[in-house]
Design a protein around this ligand. Structure first.
Ligand SMILES: Nc1nc2c(ncn2[C@@H]2O[C@H](COP(=O)(O)OP(=O)(O)OP(=O)(O)O)[C@@H](O)[C@H]2O)c(=O)[nH]1
Ligand SMILES: [Mg+2]
Length: 392
């Protein structure tokens, strides 16, 4: 039986000889002894640093039994290093929490007890943020570094989360300081198939941990300047970050659903348009008043497009929530039909009517486009997801 829960602080290193000994001493002497309710293990994953960082760590192992070291055969990227570290933390140390941390003193060691405290309070995922009150970027960063960090971070945030609530909740997606609960999160994550084994892994871990339903907390991070050694951020790091963010969002099941929903919606519009022409022709001998004829023709055509939308969405977009033949299907179809009439006919007609009345007839098409994108599409999306094909 474990006496205390175990927190493994994982630090990847590549040529960090300048400050690694000082960091190890600092953590074991000043930080860990103050954390009474956790057993802290420090695990370095070194990419076989040519400057011999790993030798310094090996030397310190004689002094600290809770200092572990994994030496890679070569530098394979920070993401690859963390995956190895997380696996080792689980298999060898039976970790309850892993903490991602840097050896270059950019992450203040005082954040470790703060993060563990939040885990104690029931949070699953604690992230250091430079963007919230109390957090900051280093004073000494030049314009270029600051620009890439700010723009890259914001772009990643937009690509991954906009306009969902996570866009507002996660202010600093490229942060390197994190504590993650193992059970239900790290231990269920597929770490064999990552989009990036470099810096982009950070986004992927954030994305997946949130999808697993983690309770998140951000704590302020005063990101420091690295003490010694060279930055491992490369020109391709920005590309890797953006590429990963786009891939994550694109391959997300919700995005894929939305694309199918949009395609079917467009197809429905075509059916409506073609149907209107066909019915208008068919009715031309029966109804001589053009207005009445076209109203009826469009009502019939719209109904056809509603039926097609329902069938196609049921079979394709929402195949995992598919409604099968029965009373539920009839009820849901009735709701679908009514809501489609409201969102696709009544509301846009009102917007076009009121809009052109106020601003002039020349804005007819503008109000149609506005109504479809601002009302019909979002309203249908929510009704389909939350009412018609609500997840069981
Ligand atoms: N084992 C291993 N460690 C790495 C690798 N790439 C980066 N690291 C280490 O991971 C830590 C964080 O890396 P980054 O945040 O990407 O870059 P950085 O060099 O700290 O960037 P600065 O903010 O300029 O200090 C660094 O201290 C590196 O020593 C790698 O491929 N393998
Ligand atoms: Mg650093």
């Amino acid at each position: 039986m474990k006496q205390l829960p175990v927190a493994v602080i994982v630090i990847p290193t590549y040529n960090e000889a300048g400050h690694t000994a000082r960091m190890i001493d600092y953590l074991f002497i000043k930080t860990f002894p103050k954390i009474s309710n956790w057993k802290c293990v420090l695990l370095y994953v070194d990419g076989k640093s040519p400057d011999g960082t790993w030798k310094i760590i090996q030397d310190k192992q004689k002094q600290y039994p809770d200092l572990d070291l994994l030496i890679e055969t070569k530098k394979e990227g920070i993401g690859a290093a963390y995956v190895k570290g997380f696996r080792r933390a689980m298999s060898k140390h039976d970790a309850d929490v892993v903490i991602e941390f840097d050896s270059d003193f950019q992450h203040p060691p005082t954040t470790i007890p703060i993060m563990l405290q939040a885990i104690d309070e029931g949070y699953d995922y604690v992230l250091g943020s430079r963007k919230i009150k109390g957090g900051s970027n280093p004073k000494g960063w030049g314009f270029k570094r600051l620009f890439f960090s700010e723009v890259g971070g914001l772009a990643a945030r937009i690509f991954m989360f906009f306009p969902t609530k996570n866009f507002f909740r996660l202010t600093d997606p490229t942060t390197g300081l994190k504590a993650t609960r193992i059970k239900g999160f790290v231990d269920t994550m597929d770490m064999d198939h990552l989009y990036s084994r470099s810096f982009g892994y950070k986004l992927e871990f954030i994305y997946k941990t949130i999808q697993l339903g983690a309770k998140i907390k951000e704590i302020p991070l005063q990101f420091g300047l690295r003490e010694t050694g060279e930055s491992k951020i490369e020109p391709q790091t920005a590309k890797d970050i953006l590429r990963t963010a786009v891939l994550l969002r694109w391959n997300d099941s919700t995005t894929q659903k939305f694309i199918k929903f949009g395609t079917i919606g467009l197809f429905g519009f075509v059916i409506n348009k073609v149907g209107l022409d066909i019915f208008a022709k068919l009715l031309s001998n029966l109804i001589s008043v053009v207005g009445v004829r076209n109203t009826l023709a469009n009502a019939l055509a719209a109904e056809f497009s509603i039926i097609s939308n329902f069938i196609l969405n049921n079979l394709w977009t929402f195949k995992n929530e598919k409604l099968i033949w029965g009373t539920t299907l009839v009820k849901k179809f009735t709701t679908f039909n009514l809501s489609s009439v409201v969102s696709g006919i009544v509301l846009p007609s009102l917007v076009i009517g009121v809009g052109t009345q106020v601003f002039g007839d020349q804005y007819r098409t503008l109000f149609l486009v506005l109504a479809v994108f601002a009302i019909t599409v979002p309203l249908n999306w929510f009704i389909y997801n939350l009412v018609i094909w609500k997840k069981r």
